[in-house]
Design a protein around this ligand. Structure first.
Ligand SMILES: *Cc1c(COP(=O)(O)O)cnc(C)c1O
Length: 427
C-alpha cells in the first residue's frame, strides 16, 4: 500500500484531539484553493467558464465562502442549499437551481433571488409559470436516455433508467414553448456521469451539448447563452486509480468547441460545470480513534466513527483508503474489517483490509471524505454527526461545525417526558 501524503502528522492530530474529540472531519483549505484554480486554469480558453460547486457535496458555508472567493458559483437543489449559497456570498445567476421534483415554494425562492432555473421536466414550464412566473432566463436538464447508453454507474444510473431531465423531443418542444411565452435567454444542462475517471467522457458530453446548441439555432433560431456539462469528475479513491487529467478535459472541450460551436456562429457560448467531488473530495479526511479489537470468525477493529459519519462504504461499497497514524511504514500484515457501532452489518469502513496491527487508541485517517461525506450523515441508531475542522492556509485550525449533541438529537421532539430530564442534565 502506498503512503499517501497527508497535510498533517500524528502529533498535529493528537493536538487537535485535546480540543476536539474524535471523530471529526478536517478539510485542507490550501489544497482546495489550489485545486479550484487548477480546474479554472484548464478552462482559461473560455472566459465565461464557471464551476458551480454542488452544495450537496459539502454544505458548509465556511467552505462555500472559500470557493466563492475563487470565483465559483453554486449548484443547489433545495431551499436550504440556496440559503447556504447566499450566506456564502454567492448570489443571482451564480446560483444554479438544478432541482428535481421541485416544490412550488422553492421555485418561488429561486425566482426571488434571481437564481438560474434549470427545469427538470417539460411540465415545469407551466408549473413555474403558475407558481412563480417565468424568468427571462431558463435552462433545461437534458436526459439523452438511450442516445447515451453505457455512461452511468451505481451512483447515477444509466441515463435511460435515471429519473432526471427531458427527452430529446421534449427539449425541442420545451424551448419552443418558452419562446412562445416570451422567455428570451436560454441555457442547456445535462449530468450523465458520476465519479467518472475518464477525461474523454466529459468531452463527449460537451460534444453532445454543442451539437444540440447548433441544432437549436438551426431549427428554432434559439441562441443558447451557455451549456452546463454537469458535475461528476471522479477522484482516485483506490490507490491504483489515476486522477482525472483536468487539463485534458479543458483541452478536449476546447477542441470540440472550435470544431462545432465556432463554425456555427455560436461563439461566444458559455461553458459551465457543476463539480463537487473533484473539488473537495480528496482534501477532506475523517479522523477516528480505534476503540476495540475483536476476534471471532474474522478480525474486527472497532472505531468511534460509524456509517452515520460517512455513509459511502456502507451505501455503495465504496473504497476509502485508511492510514493508521504513526504506523504508516509498519508492515500491513493484518487483515481486518474496520467497523462502526451501528446495529447494521454494513457499517464497515473497510472489509478484509490489509493494515498494520491496530491497538486501541490508534488514530485512523479515512481518506477522500471531503465530498458526499459529512453531508450524507444521518442519525439512525441515535448516532450524532461529527464536527468539521478547517486546516487554514495559514496553518491554524478552525472549528467550522461543532459536533451534534444529545440535545440536538432531541430538539425536534414536542415538549414531554424528555424535557425535564434534558433540563436537568447539560449535554
Ligand atoms: C450531485 C450533482 C452534482 C455534483 O456531482 P459531483 O459528483 O460531486 O461532481 C452536480 N450536478 C448535479 C445536478 C448533481 O446532482
Amino acid at each position: 500500500m502506498p503512503t499517501l501524503p497527508l497535510p498533517f502528522d500524528q502529533d498535529r492530530v493528537r493536538e487537535w484531539t485535546q480540543q476536539f474529540p474524535t471523530p471529526f472531519y478536517v478539510y485542507d483549505e490550501a489544497a482546495i484553493r489550489k485545486n479550484a484554480r487548477r480546474l479554472q486554469d484548464a478552462f482559461a480558453w473560455c472566459p465565461s467558464f464557471r464551476n458551480h460547486f454542488a452544495v450537496k457535496a459539502t454544505p458548509n458555508p465556511h467552505l462555500l465562502e472559500i470557493l466563492a472567493q475563487e470565483g465559483f458559483g453554486s449548484d443547489c437543489s433545495s431551499l436550504p442549499e440556496m440559503l447556504l449559497s447566499e450566506a456564502s456570498g454567492i448570489s443571482g445567476e451564480r446560483i444554479m437551481f438544478t432541482s428535481n421534483d421541485t416544490p412550488a415554494s422553492e421555485y418561488a425562492h429561486a425566482r426571488k433571488i434571481g437564481a438560474v432555473l434549470n427545469l427538470d421536466d417539460i411540465s415545469h414550464i407551466d408549473f413555474v409559470d403558475r407558481h412563480a412566473g417565468l424568468p427571462e432566463l431558463v435552462s433545461f436538464r437534458y436526459n439523452p436516455g438511450p442516445l447515451r447508453q453505457g455512461t452511468g454507474n451505481a451512483i447515477i444510473g444509466n441515463p435511460e433508467e435515471a429519473k432526471y431531465g427531458l427527452t430529446r423531443d421534449q427539449l425541442f418542444d420545451g424551448y419552443r414553448q418558452l419562446k412562445d411565452r416570451g422567455v428570451s435567454r436560454f441555457g442547456l444542462h445535462t449530468m450523465v456521469v458520476s465519479n467518472e475517471l475518464n477525461a474523454s467522457s466529459f468531452v463527449s458530453t460537451a460534444r453532445m451539448l454543442f451539437t444540440l446548441a447548433v441544432e437549436l439555432l438551426e431549427t428554432l433560431d434559439i441562441r443558447l447563452e451557455w451549456v452546463n456539462l454537469g458535475g461528476g469528475i471522479g477522484i482516485p479513491y483506490l490507490p491504483d486509480d489515476q486522477p482525472v487529467d483536468l487539463e485534458a478535459v479543458g483541452q478536449g472541450v476546447h477542441e470540440a468547441y472550435d470544431e462545432l460551436v465556432v463554425p456555427a456562429g455560436l461563439d461566444p457560448l458559455g461553458v459551465l460545470m457543476e463539480n463537487g467531488r473533484v473539488i473537495t473530495g480528496p482534501y477532506g479526511y475523517l479522523i477516528t480513534t480505534a476503540i476495540h479489537h475483536k476476534t471471532i470468525y474474522k478480525d474486527y477493529v472497532g472505531v468511534d466513527a460509524c456509517m452515520a459519519n460517512l455513509m459511502r462504504p456502507g451505501m455503495y461499497g465504496a473504497y476509502h483508503h485508511i492510514t493508521v497514524l504513526g504506523k504508516e511504514n509498519a508492515p500491513h500484515d493484518t487483515v481486518v474489517d474496520v467497523v462502526g457501532s451501528l446495529c447494521e452489518n454494513n457499517d464497515k469502513f473497510a472489509i478484509d483490509r490489509n493494515l498494520p496491527s491496530i491497538t486501541a487508541g490508534d488514530l485512523l485517517v479515512i481518506h477522500d471524505a471531503g465530498a458526499h461525506g459529512h453531508a450524507m450523515g444521518f442519525q439512525y441508531n441515535a448516532k450524532l454527526r461529527s464536527a468539521e475542522l478547517l486546516l487554514q492556509e495559514d496553518g491554524r485550525t478552525r472549528l467550522i461545525r461543532r459536533p451534534e449533541t444529545v440535545n440536538d438529537y432531541f430538539a425536534t421532539l414536542e415538549h414531554g417526558p424528555l424535557t425535564e430530564l434534558l433540563d436537568s442534565t447539560s449535554r
